[in-house]
Design a protein around this ligand. Structure first.
Ligand code: ADP
Ligand code: MG
Length: 704
């Protein structure tokens, strides 16, 4: 569970009638301030958080294997009394304890945990879990263990199926088990049922209070999954109800302005393009044009694989908007990309009398103010920029259309802030991430979706190769030859997460080395997140013009960069990147008609790692890659609910619970159809939960 979860943004949890779930964890017997702080580090702040803290596995301690029944080669759990301890101090520290029961002796070993010598003594009773081997006698490398205290409390930890919870330093599974058991007791008679009987019966769902109990302490195998299913259903139902309500609120909005049905500017815009729009682009532009003329604001997602030509669709939408007398704003996640959009769109739009401005963090104060003035007075028609667009000082005269490029790179709040610069403007968000249907139904349940399912014609093939690190010198000799033959290449540095500084340093080092050792007098350019914006622009410009042949870059070029004549990409330590990211990176080449080459340098030692890279090697289809990514990683952050402004799911899994999700959706539609305001008393608990999860987004109903 992520420790970065913050609760500040959530509406203050109100103690609701009959529910103790939102009481602070300290409310639980045996939890003092120190323990509460440890729990907080795991994101466990309230009683409810504890009840939802799912065990990562369970252990059947109702019949622990006796020592002589342990099977070498298998993982097992057993219980024994410590009869001797010893340690080995040279080399990697090892701690040994000989455990005995009535049937035999087991040598238990721990690696590198010196504190054990102070903790484990002769005569103690231990439960140990780990892999058993026979080396002379029976041995076990211990992964988890617990010391039994011998008193009443042990009954929680032995003789039953026990939960093993995700733990952390100072908070062992045993402590968590104790705290969660106390939490369950504290609310035992006080967990309100929130589902109407009919729904529970229809889907064979257990009672809510029983579900919390069985999730942690299943009386028999299988009950833990029934419990999880019940609680997952709640989450999915609440999610679906919130989405439907949100959509309803949204659809009731009148944007308060109408576009005259003029497409003159659009037609002229299409005339200035150096190419003909694809059929898919034309269709999507028409969908957008129809939206713009409606009374309620557009709320549309444009999905199109890397290179499918989303930018020009955004530009067409803005031409329509400006033609109708309003301003447009296009927000991109990086300065390099914003700058590029500005450079490509300016020559297309300015001849039509559309005035563009670039709004980024850099530049001189005086220039920035001039740009802001022009936006405020309406002199500028279209603003293209980074998150600098959402700064407080940026104001629009009449903002009618907001476009967010690479929308998954922005948080919900950022997108909302930009929207609030206008009065219910039309919104178009764009993404290259293809999303399976069950997911899009949920994550984008309140958006209309347009899909660019056709690539512009004349794209060359990309040949992709995976090469081990020993081939690195050869690869660069080959790149050098290609470059001398007139090609342009990207070299992407290894990914270093969480430190822009280290990432930048890695790029500087790599560029220096390649310049010296490989490319000689051929200039190697360098681009990373810490360069001054003007420096970045200058380098990108020189690469575009072909003055720089080799561009060493941090993964910032991942998003959106478009230099069609660049045909070679080498990705260093490719195994460190996710599939989606590799796909995005590779999408920088293969944009012209020539054949492109992508070399993934990788030391893929695991099967999963190899299989991922093979996926990239074999296909260029973003949808296939996303599916594969999903199978390998689970929904992960790309498809995370939080990122879409939806409540966290603690037990439900949008992929694995797809069927449950559809059932919940059907019930949500049914409930809201019958009782749009959720006034029936048996729905009051559910209504509270929806309001709690979605806050003000469903206000029209909670106010009603
Ligand atoms: P993405 O969807 O990844 O954002 P871009 O908008 O960057 O793709 O477009 C990729 C490239 O395709 C650009 O060089 C753009 O000029 C070009 N392009 C877009 N539409 C067409 C078209 N209909 N015909 C030819 N080239 C096109
Ligand atoms: Mg793009």
């Amino acid at each position: 569970m992520s420790s970065t979860r913050t609760r500040t943004a959530a509406p203050a949890p109100r103690r609701t009638r009959g529910s103790n779930l939102s009481a602070p964890a300290q409310f639980i017997k045996g939890v003092g301030p120190a323990r509460a702080q440890q729990l907080a580090r795991l994101g466990l702040h309230t009683v409810g958080d504890l009840l939802y803290h799912r065990p990562h596995r369970y252990e059947d301690r109702s019949h622990l294997a006796s020592i002589n029944a342990l099977i070498p080669g298998e993982k097992a759990t057993t219980l024994g009394t410590v009869v001797a301890v010893s340690e080995r101090r040279h080399g990697v520290y090892q701690f040994h304890a000989a455990l005995s029961d009535t049937t035999g002796v087991l040598q238990a070993t721990w690696f590198g945990q010196r504190y054990l010598r102070k903790m484990i003594r002769r005569g103690m009773r231990l439960i140990v879990h780990g892999k058993v081997e026979r080396v002379g006698g029976l041995r076990m490398t211990v992964e988890e263990f617990e010391v039994l205290t011998g008193d009443e409390e042990d009954r929680l930890h032995t003789g039953r199926i026990v939960p093993i919870h995700p733990a952390t330093e100072g908070l062992s599974p045993r402590v968590l088990r104790t705290v969660i058991a106390a939490a369950l007791t504290s609310v035992a008679s006080d967990v309100p049922e929130i589902l109407p009987d009919g729904i529970r019966r229809r889907h064979a769902l257990m009672d809510r209070a029983a579900a919390f109990h069985a999730l942690h302490f299943p009386p028999t195998w299988g009950e833990e999954e029934r419990a999880r299913r019940r609680l997952a259903f709640d989450e999915l139902l609440i999610l679906q109800m919130g989405l439907l309500l949100r959509k309803r609120v949204f659809e009731a909005i009148d944007k308060g302005f109408r576009y005259a049905p003029t497409t003159t500017l659009l037609t002229r815009f299409e005339g200035t393009l150096p190419y003909a729009l694809t059929a898919a682009q034309q269709r999507v532009i028409q969908e957008i044009a129809d939206d713009l003329q409606r009374g309620r604001p557009m709320h549309r997602l444009l999905q199109g694989d890397v290179g499918s030509g989303k930018t020009v669709v955004a530009a067409a939408a803005m031409a329509l908007c400006v033609g109708g007398g309003y301003q447009g704003a296009l927000m991109a996640p990086t300065e390099i990309l914003a700058e590029q959009h500005y450079l490509t769109l300016r020559p297309l739009m300015e001849p039509l009398g559309i005035r563009l401005a670039l709004v980024t963090g850099g530049g001189r104060q005086r220039d920035r103010e001039a740009i802001r003035d022009d936006l405020r007075t309406g002199t500028t028609n279209v603003a293209i920029g980074t998150h600098a667009l959402i700064e407080e000082g940026v104001m629009f005269h009449r903002l009618g259309l907001v476009v967010v490029d690479e929308q998954h790179k922005f948080g919900v709040a950022q997108r909302a802030t930009l929207r609030q610069k206008g009065f219910h403007p039309d919104v178009l968000v764009m993404t290259a991430t293809p999303i399976p249907r069950t997911l899009s139904m949920t994550l984008y349940g309140d958006l209309d979706v347009s899909i660019l399912d056709e690539m512009p014609p004349g794209r060359g093939v990309i040949k992709t190769y995976v090469r081990g690190p020993e081939k690195r010198p050869e690869v660069y000799v080959w790149v050098n030859e290609k470059v001398r033959g007139g090609h342009q290449a990207y070299i992407v540095c290894p990914l270093i997460e969480d430190s822009e500084k280290l990432q930048a340093e890695a790029a500087v080092t790599l560029a220096g080395r390649l310049q010296r050792e490989v490319f000689g007098e051929i200039p190697v350019g360098l681009i990373h997140g810490r360069l001054r914006p003007d420096k970045k622009d200058a380098t990108m410009e020189r690469f575009r013009l072909g003055e720089i042949k080799v561009l060493v870059a941090t993964p910032v070029i991942e998003v959106g960069i478009d230099v069609p004549q660049a045909t070679i990409m080498v990705i260093e330590d490719a195994d460190r990147f996710g599939l989606a990211q590799l796909h995005q990176l590779r999408g920088r080449i293969g944009r012209g008609s020539e054949t492109s080459y992508c070399v993934l340098l990788a030391d893929a030692t695991t099967d999963a790692g190899r299989s991922r890279l093979q996926t990239i090697e074999k296909t260029r289809d973003g949808f296939v890659i996303a599916q594969r990514d999903l199978e390998l990683r689970g929904p992960g952050e790309f498809f995370g609910t939080r990122q879409h402004g939806l409540p966290d799911l603690k037990v439900a899994d949008l992929i694995a619970d797809a069927r449950l999700l559809e059932q919940a959706r059907a019930e949500a539609q049914h409930l809201l159809g019958d009782d749009p305001e959720l006034r029936r008393s048996e729905l009051s608990g559910l209504r509270e939960e929806v309001t709690r999860a979605f806050g003000r987004q469903t206000e029209a109903v909670s106010a009603g």
